[in-house]
Design a protein around this ligand. Structure first.
Ligand code: IMP
Length: 426
């Protein structure tokens, strides 16, 4: 398989896990390149359920090597828990999970700071984070006070743990939040360093050597384009770059070694947490999408906000990521709708039209979505195994999305099972 980058095209939760599972079969090395345990997906393989937040689901495929790239922020306790759970389920992890020595760690105080910061923000200013410490860990990284996985093996690691706990406690106390016991931190991190140390490696070298040796790389993003710190609905975003560019900075692979970029696109739109969502539905159609689509957060269990497909978002996302193919998901969720709306542009009351996503959220507040309507197919699609066998109206809908976004279709998913993935050139 050509070296492939796979990213979410909307606000995350596009169903990347299933597409990754399909593409992993053709890859040798799978690299997660950003985010942390704010992401999450459940994979059912041979009747067993696996919940993964940090480790690529490639671990469930025999012989594949999984890399936690340098762009990830890794909570070592979460990772260890995932490794031990997998081992308990009979999955071999030795030599198959490599943590970049450059990967920054989400420490206990980052989590405490994330939760305390959310709690103190007034209504309207809350981000609705997952509370997993992502923002503070990335802030420490760019503030040059972060701790990397490579530090686990250094003699002054526990001194740093003590110093940083005390520094974080000052901020927590100032915010009126509970503080952490520095000695307890030293004890738990001391134990952890011994257990996780063996997984730490120079993955930048590993990834490049694998590439030179002709191995196929799959670089997987978490979250989605509209949650990107640079290109998303700032400040209602995550703290990393889930877009294609992040695949290089988060793995150490040169852009020249990437052969193709795949965008995962849900056939409608969802978002978890706060922030603008132009096509959000507050009515029975929105509730139907939530229930039929099982739209509840994998990490926090929060109900997802649901709405119509937004071609402005999809076009913007295609532009930033340069998608070669769409992997469209969850078409079957729309099976029972009589009429389906597609947002083709945003328009201000004074007639100004936006075809691409504006940076200024105040502009968005003045806009309303411009919809076109298509007839629903009102037939089940989950049994269909060939694109040509889809109801004509379902094909017309998919083809309209392709036309509006200018990206060809590579995969179409019409249900949760592996067999419901229609392959069209990917
Ligand atoms: P954080 O990444 O926990 O800081 O949360 C920032 C924003 O990103 C919040 O709106 C979260 O709901 C959202 N978010 C984080 N991870 C995911 C994900 O995996 N899927 C969807 N939304 C996410």
């Amino acid at each position: 398989m050509p070296n492939t980058v796979l990213v979410g095209a909307q606000w995350g939760d596009e169903g990347k896990g299933k597409v990754i599972d399909v593409l992993t079969a053709q890859a040798d090395v799978i690299v997660r390149f950003q985010g942390g345990s704010n992401a999450g997906h459940t994979v059912v393989a041979e009747g067993k359920k696996y919940v993964l937040h940090l480790i690529p689901s490639g671990i469930l495929h025999e012989g594949k090597i999984c890399v936690i790239g340098n762009g990830v922020v890794m909570d070592p306790f979460d990772l260890l828990h995932e490794i031990e759970t997998l081992q308990g389920q009979g999955i071999a992890t030795e030599g198959r999970i490599l943590i970049s020595d450059r990967t920054h760690m989400v420490m206990r105080w980052h989590r405490a700071l994330d939760q305390a910061d959310e709690a103190r923000r007034p209504e309207g200013k809350k981000i609705g984070t997952t509370g997993r410490g992502i923002g503070p860990a990335y802030a420490a990284k760019v503030g040059r006070t972060g701790m990397r996985a490579g530090d686990l093996l250094k003699p002054d690691f526990l001194t740093l743990v003590r110093d940083q706990t005390e520094a974080a406690n000052e901020r927590l106390a100032a915010w009126g939040a509970p503080t952490l016991d520095a000695e307890e931190m030293v004890r738990i991190y001391g134990d952890l360093a011994k257990r996780l140390g063996p997984y730490v490696a120079d993955t930048v070298r590993y990834v490049n050597e694998a590439d030179r040796a002709g191995k196929s790389l799959l670089l997987e993003g978490a979250q989605g384009t509209m949650l990107d710190i640079d290109f998303g609905t700032y400040p209602f975003v995550t703290s990393s770059n889930p877009t294609a560019g992040g695949a290089c900075t988060g793995s150490g692979l040169s852009p020249r070694r990437i052969d193709r970029v795949v965008g995962v696109l849900k056939c409608y739109t969802t978002r978890v947490g706060a922030g603008p969502f132009p096509t959000e539905l507050d009515d029975a159609d929105g509730e139907m999408l939530r229930q039929r689509g099982g739209e509840f957060g994998a990490t926090t269990g929060r109900p997802r906000r649901c709405g119509w497909f937004d071609a402005v978002v999809a076009r913007y996302s295609a532009m930033i990521n340069g998608f070669d193919f769409w992997a469209m998901t969850k078409l079957d969720v729309l099976d029972e709708l009589k009429t389906i709306k597609i947002c083709v542009a945003y328009e201000r009351d004074d007639g100004v039209r936006y075809e691409t996503f504006p940076a200024d959220l105040d502009v968005l507040k003045l806009c309303h979505p411009v919809y076109e309507e298509m007839p629903g197919w009102m037939e089940p699609t989950s049994q269909v195994t060939r694109y040509e066998d889809l109801p004509l109206k379902a094909r017309a809908y998919v083809e309209r999305l392709v036309e509006l976004t200018g990206v060809r279709l590579g995969i179409l998913s019409v249900g949760p099972a592996r067999e419901t993935t229609l392959r069209l050139g990917l």
